[in-house]
Design a protein. Structure first.
Lengths: 292, 238
């Protein structure tokens, strides 16, 4: 019975961890093309979720809310690129770090002013009546998170491998200058990656919102864990973020059971510090080998 | 086809190119030779938009392109095969070639079918690339990577091809192969601007040549004419 409880906790936690993986994947997308990431990614998740909630409040059916929220995420991603990242990259500076943090803070204030500070429930048509698998309870809602994450990442990876535009994305990631010489605009590819990253953030927000509730503070909680996952897994392995996401989710859930829920945030931070100390390229990251 | 007029360019405040003018006629092979650091690669980079010129003009088929983004210039028909080859290491050989034709292929689907005939053409020219078409480009030997870089540039069906140091870092046998390839490109009527450290071999294939020295065009003329020039003889063909 006791083992079953542990497995139960690990499974529920791991399914939540998929959301961290998806947000971390958003970091990877923009890092690949531009070597920059949006430190306000958590705010994108939160804003898209709140926007979707407003659509629901307006009486839109769930299946229209989802594409609406996704579109909003894309717009936000493009805005971050245009208003922040590009200004820094044009000057070959690292200013994108500060600019994306500032845009995130702006987003946070905007959310507090528009939607208020309270966490609100996010209605969903997906059931939370548990299904039983070998004595483990899993709700369709939790399953929808995992399936949604895998589907989104799978589709983006298919895009990268099967379309010429996707291959161009990989080319910019491999050698930006050489890609330009092939007629591939680096600027537009980076724009595309930020749009995709915003899309991924919005989906993460919509998937996780019914489980966590929605409010301005959800941003900082999620971003920290997603960041841990991205750093531990490395910034170039999609497969890596899923594994580490599952692992961190399970670990968190077990930690809060054994040590109390106050310790819930600890594993992510400990893993982050360990990774930075021991394997800065990440567990699945390629060590950068250059042939001269 | 390609005209460079009074080009000045550099990095930051230091000017590397001073008043460089040159011409490449359609179907001609023009060599750009000179010592290391003379500004040959910078000239190529300024022509293809990798370095923004401070002054002067670059005309591609009569159209000024010096203010355009490098990717735009490439789509207008300039294929620059850069120094150090710069193949996309993690991508397959075939994907590298397909990306060479990025400007003229559909972005999402159907690009493979559209490019099939051109790919076969490249594979006929470089059978080794066909054998390795599904291999990551980064795993190829230096010579094979050079073939890939040339093939990738050809896939664009360019109006002008810029070939920067194709023999760099290659074994003598392979260098010979590279020059054979350049000869075949010339026979096929490709318009080519070639930067080479092997001045002698470059002059053998070229129709016309420019010698650069400290950022300027020092001497120009037909290969026959340059081979007679004592300065060229002493400095580069000795």
């Amino acid at each position: 019975m006791y083992t079953l409880l542990i497995i139960q906790l690990a499974v529920s936690g791991a399914l939540m961890g998929m959301v961290y993986a998806l947000i971390a994947y958003g970091f990877q997308l923009t890092f690949a093309t531009s070597k920059s990431i949006n430190f306000g990614q958590g705010e994108l998740v939160m804003l898209s979720a709140l926007f979707s909630l407003t659509l629901i409040d307006r009486g839109l059916p769930y299946w229209l809310v989802v594409p609406g929220g996704m579109l909003f995420g894309v717009v936000l991603g493009l805005f971050v690129e245009r208003a922040g990242v590009r200004l820094a990259l044009e000057q070959k500076s690292e200013g994108w770090i500060l600019l994306t943090i500032i845009l995130g803070l702006l987003g946070f204030s905007a959310a507090e002013n528009i939607w208020g500070r309270d966490d609100r429930p996010f209605p969903t048509p997906i059931s939370s009546d548990p299904l039983h698998f070998f004595g483990i309870d899993v709700t369709p809602l939790e399953l929808s998170v995992a399936i949604g994450v895998v589907a989104v990442m799978g589709l983006v990876e298919l895009f990268k491998r099967k379309t010429l535009l996707g291959k161009a994305f990989e080319a910019v990631s491999a050698d930006r200058d050489a890609a330009q010489l092939m007629g591939i605009s680096a600027t537009r590819t980076i724009q595309l990656s930020y749009g995709l990253s915003g899309l991924v953030a919005a989906i993460a927000g919509i998937l996780v919102a019914p489980i966590t509730t929605v409010g301005p503070t959800m941003a900082s909680v999620l971003i920290l864990k997603a960041f841990s996952v991205a750093v531990v897994a490395g910034l170039d392995s999609g497969f890596g973020v899923v594994l580490i996401g599952l692992f961190l989710g399970a670990l968190e859930s077990l930690t809060s059971f054994y040590l109390g829920s106050g310790w819930r945030e600890a594993p992510g931070l400990v893993l982050l510090i360990l990774a930075l100390a021991v394997r800065p390229n990440g567990v699945f990251g390629k060590a950068s080998i250059r042939k001269v | 086809m390609l005209t460079v007029e009074n080009l000045h360019a550099g990095y930051g405040t230091s000017e590397v190119l001073v008043d460089v003018s040159l011409k490449v006629k359609a179907g001609a092979v023009v060599a750009l030779i000179g010592a290391n650091g003379a500004g040959k690669t910078t000239t190529m980079r300024a022509i293809s938009g990798m370095v923004r010129p401070n002054r002067g003009r670059v005309l591609l088929d009569g159209r000024p392109v010096q203010d355009l983004d490098a990717s735009r210039i490439a789509r207008l028909g300039m294929a620059h095969s850069p120094e150090g080859r710069k193949v996309f290491g993690p991508l397959t050989v075939e994907d590298n070639l397909l990306l060479g034709a990025f400007g003229r292929l559909p972005r999402f689907f159907g690009f493979r079918a559209r490019a099939a005939a051109d790919l076969e053409g490249i594979y006929a020219l470089f059978p080794r690339l066909k054998e390795r078409r599904l291999q990551a480009a980064g795993t190829l030997s230096g010579g094979e990577q050079q073939m890939l870089a040339i093939g990738r540039a050809l896939m664009a069906k360019p109006k002008v091809m810029l070939l920067d140091e194709p023999s760099m870092g290659l074994a003598p046998v392979i260098v010979q192969e590279v020059f054979n390839t350049i000869r075949r490109l010339k026979e096929a009527g490709i318009t080519l601007l070639l930067v080479e450290q092997f001045a002698k071999s470059a002059l053998e294939v070229a129709d016309y040549a420019y010698v650069m020295d400290r950022g300027r065009i020092a001497i120009e003329g037909t290969p026959a004419h340059l081979r007679e020039d004592e300065r060229v003889l002493a400095a580069y063909l000795g």
